[in-house]
Design a protein around this ligand. Sequence first.
Ligand code: HEM
Length: 141
Amino acid sequence: MNGFLGTRANFIVDLTITISAILPLLLLLTFYLASIGKYKLHKNLQLLLIFITLSLVVALELGIRAHGSNTNSFELKAILIVHLFFAITSFVGWIYLAIKSLMTKDMKFDFDHKRWGKLVYIGLCFSIVTGWILYFFAFVF
Ligand code: HEM
């Protein structure tokens, strides 16, 4: 099925890349909710975003495999490695932080939850930006 962004990418890849653009805003919303004391909502939205992101990553992976992409050039391989580095470390960190937080009794963290959360956020943003660069190289140029 053809994509809707007018590039060579298919529908799943276009959908994933579009939704990934609003993820940082939704994450900021969860941070805001925590900052005004709505911890349960903060937690539930975090878990929902993890679930959505996991589904998107699987869909994107299948989409790229089904469609194929031009990842042969040296530049593209280099960007792919940088992208994978940020994507894997931040996603694993995100899930780890969520599990560790869920296992903490009464949310009385013995680690700097806020600081780790912001670090995960920065990593996810880098993954998304490098993902977009990859998209341009693979499906636009
Ligand atoms: C899923 C389980 C989670 C629970 C139960 C939880 C709970 C909380 C609680 C109680 C606070 C306020 C206390 C504090 O600042 O130390 C908080 C704040 C915060 N959380 Fe979480 N959290 C969860 C997941 C996450 C994740 C996965 C992230 C990052 C991706 C995150 C990022 C933040 C940030 C940045 C703040 C500070 C917000 C602010 O005051 O500006 N949290 N969380």
